[in-house]
Ligand binder design. Structure first.
Ligand code: KIV
Length: 273
């Protein structure tokens, strides 16, 4: 039984090999998160080659105060919707907290669900999960690694803090990144690290690095959908650049709608049967 939309008849379907091609040619690429059908369609129209169904959905879609409570069922539900909206991008399902840190057989079964049930191309794992990465890649599951600030460990890290500021942790990040590359990861997300660390890690690897607050030298850059569109309420991290102001526009549109309903201006004759 197929739960996924067929790829569109025209247009290029991206693969993890295309992402490696960007890195090999020294070309930069954009990744964005998406969590639903409509936004996935828009990112297809924008020709974004890789989408992350991030566990950040717990915070921006579901209102949790961290990514820790996110479940596998929630992730699969949103991954399916994204795949239905986008047949072209590489779609990565973010394995949620608790779904891969225990025994490896459970982790493998959860990763397989992302591909079989969710329609994802591959999965993302936070932290230096070298053995699990090797096992998944051997089975044919593409793995995107994630180092630096790993939000699922927020309770351990004591907050959302920049990582790799001292020489020892920066050096360990390079070592971990190389081990993940050797285990077969097709790419590496680097979150909230000094630009110099982003550069060092990128130069130490052949696979693409994708930065979020990791400076300008990573192969790719990723932002959270709500952040890059200016939908997020409150203070944004320093690395976020909003490319639109949708929160203000939506609030203004909702107010105009409400006032036109109350005045009777809507619906006009052209909106009626
Ligand atoms: O969950 C997420 O959106 C992420 C990105 C911030 C990389 O992990």
């Amino acid at each position: 039984m197929s739960v996924h939309a067929p790829p569109p008849a025209t247009g290029r379907q991206y693969s993890i090999q295309d992402l490696q091609g960007f890195a090999d040619r020294g070309e930069k690429f954009a990744m964005l998160t998406a969590y639903d059908y409509t936004s996935a369609q828009m990112l297809e129209d924008a020709d974004i080659p890789i989408i992350l169904v991030g566990d950040s959905l717990g915070m921006v879609m579901l209102g949790y105060d961290s990514t820790v409570p996110v479940t596998m069922d929630e992730m699969i539900h949103h991954t399916k919707a994204v795949r239905r909206g986008n047949g072209r991008a590489v779609i990565i399902g973010d394995m949620p907290f608790g779904s891969y840190q225990g025994d490896q057989d459970t982790a493998v079964a959860n990763a397989v669900r992302f591909l079989k049930d969710g329609g994802a191309t591959g999965v993302k794992l936070e932290g230096p999960r070298v053995e699990l990465t090797r096992r998944l890649v051997d089975m044919g599951v593409p793995v995107l690694a994630h180092l630096g600030l790993t939000p699922q460990s927020v309770n351990q890290l004591g907050g959302y803090k920049v990582q790799g500021r001292d020489e020892e942790t920066a050096h360990r990040m390079v070592t971990d990144a190389k081990a993940l590359e050797a285990a077969g990861a097709f790419g590496l997300v680097l979150e909230a690290v000094p630009s110099a660390v982003g550069k060092d890690v990128t130069e130490a690897l052949s696979i693409p690095t994708i930065g979020i607050g990791a400076g300008g030298d990573t192969t790719g850059q990723v932002l959270v959908f709500q952040d890059f569109l200016g939908m997020t309420k409150g203070r944004l991290p320093r690395f976020v650049k909003p490319y639109a102001n949708l929160r203000e526009q939506v609030v203004a549109a909702a107010k105009t709608f409400a006032s036109e309903v109350s005045s009777g201006a809507y619906p006009g004759p052209e909106h009626q049967y």
